[in-house]
Unconditional design. Structure first.
Length: 298
C-alpha cells in the first residue's frame, strides 16, 4: 500500500521525470492522431501544437499570478517535449507512434499524465492560497474562489488556446472544468480551511462517518492529495475508448440516475414526454452511451 500511496501523491522514484515525459508524450500523440494524422503539417507546426496540447496550462496559467512559465523555468518540460515529439513522429517504421497506440503504453501514459495534472492542480491551489491567504474576504476565514478557479484554469488553458472559448465550451461544461472544480474545491477546503464550516465539516465527515482506517494514518494534506489523485486516475481509465469513452463523467452519471429515479416517481407524467425529448434527455445525462447502437461510444 505504501507504494500506491507514494505513487498517487507524487513521491515515488522518478515521479517528476516520468509524469512530465508522459504528459509530453500524450500531447505529441494527440496531435499525431488529430491535426497531423496524415503527417501533412510542417514539423515545427506539429511540434508547437504538441507542446501546447501538453503544457498550455503550465505555459499560460502562471501568468495570472505573475509567475514564470514552466516551459521557460524548467528545462525538463521542453526537453520532454523534444524527446516525445521525436519518438512519436520521427522513429523508423513509425515504431514510436505504433507503440504509443498499444494498450499497455496507453495505460501507463494515462496514469502518469493524470499524476502530472493532479500534482499541477495541487501546486496551483497552494500557490493561489499562499498568495491570497493574508487578505480573505469579510465573509469567510480563507480565500474561497481564487485558489479553486486558478487551479481549474490550469487544466483548461489548452482547450481555450487550441479550440477557442466557443469550441471549448459550446457543448457544455467540459470534464476538465468539472474535475478541476470538484478536486480543487475538495483539496482546498480539506487542507487549508482550518476553522471555516466547510473545512471542518469535510474533515469531520472523513474522520467520523467514513470507515476507520480510510485515511491510512495520513495527515490531512497528504490524504487530500491521495483522494483527488485516486479519483482522477479512476475516471481517466474509465474515459479510455476501451471502456466508457472520453465523454464519460461520474457527475453526469449520478445526475442521470437521479433523473431516471425522479421520472419513475412521477409515473404517468413520464409518458407525456415525446420520443424526441426523451432522446434529448438521454443525450444530456448519458452522452457516452449510444442507445441506438446498444453500446458505449468510444
Amino acid at each position: 500500500m505504501d507504494v500506491i500511496i507514494a505513487y498517487l501523491t507524487g513521491k515515488s522514484y522518478l515521479s517528476v521525470e516520468l509524469r512530465t515525459f508522459f504528459q509530453a508524450f500524450l500531447g505529441a500523440m494527440a496531435v499525431r492522431n488529430g491535426p497531423n494524422k496524415e503527417k501533412n503539417l510542417n514539423w515545427f507546426h506539429a511540434f508547437v501544437l504538441s507542446v501546447l496540447a501538453a503544457f498550455a496550462g503550465g505555459t499560460f496559467a502562471p501568468l495570472w499570478l505573475g509567475k514564470p512559465s514552466s516551459l521557460l523555468s524548467n528545462d525538463l518540460t521542453l526537453a520532454s517535449c523534444i524527446v516525445a515529439f521525436v519518438l512519436v513522429n520521427c522513429t523508423p517504421m513509425d515504431v514510436g507512434h505504433r507503440l504509443g497506440m498499444t494498450f499497455p503504453v496507453v495505460i501507463v501514459a494515462t496514469a502518469y499524465s493524470q499524476l502530472f495534472k493532479i500534482m499541477g492542480l495541487i501546486g496551483f491551489a497552494n500557490a493561489a492560497y499562499n498568495a491570497f491567504k493574508d487578505n480573505p474576504s469579510d465573509y469567510y476565514p480563507i480565500p474561497v474562489f481564487g485558489p479553486i478557479v486558478y487551479a481549474t484554469l490550469l487544466g483548461n488553458m489548452g482547450g481555450f488556446f487550441l479550440k477557442g472559448v466557443k469550441g471549448h465550451l459550446e457543448k457544455g461544461m467540459p470534464w476538465t472544468f468539472q474535475s478541476g472544480l470538484a478536486c480543487a474545491s475538495f483539496y482546498h477546503f480539506y487542507t487549508h480551511d482550518k476553522t471555516g464550516v466547510i473545512g471542518v465539516t469535510l474533515r469531520s465527515f472523513v474522520d467520523g462517518v467514513l470507515p476507520s482506517g480510510v485515511k491510512m494514518g495520513l495527515d490531512d494534506a497528504t490524504f487530500a492529495v491521495f483522494a483527488v489523485s485516486a479519483f482522477q486516475h479512476c475516471v481517466a481509465f474509465l474515459q479510455l475508448p476501451n471502456f466508457f469513452g472520453p465523454n464519460f463523467s461520474p457527475f453526469l452519471a449520478m445526475y442521470g440516475i437521479t433523473a431516471r429515479s425522479t421520472r419513475k416517481d412521477v409515473g404517468q407524467e413520464t409518458e407525456k414526454i415525446s420520443p424526441k425529448e426523451k432522446q434529448k434527455i438521454h443525450d444530456e445525462v448519458c452522452p457516452w452511451y449510444d442507445k441506438n447502437e446498444e453500446g458505449y461510444k468510444g
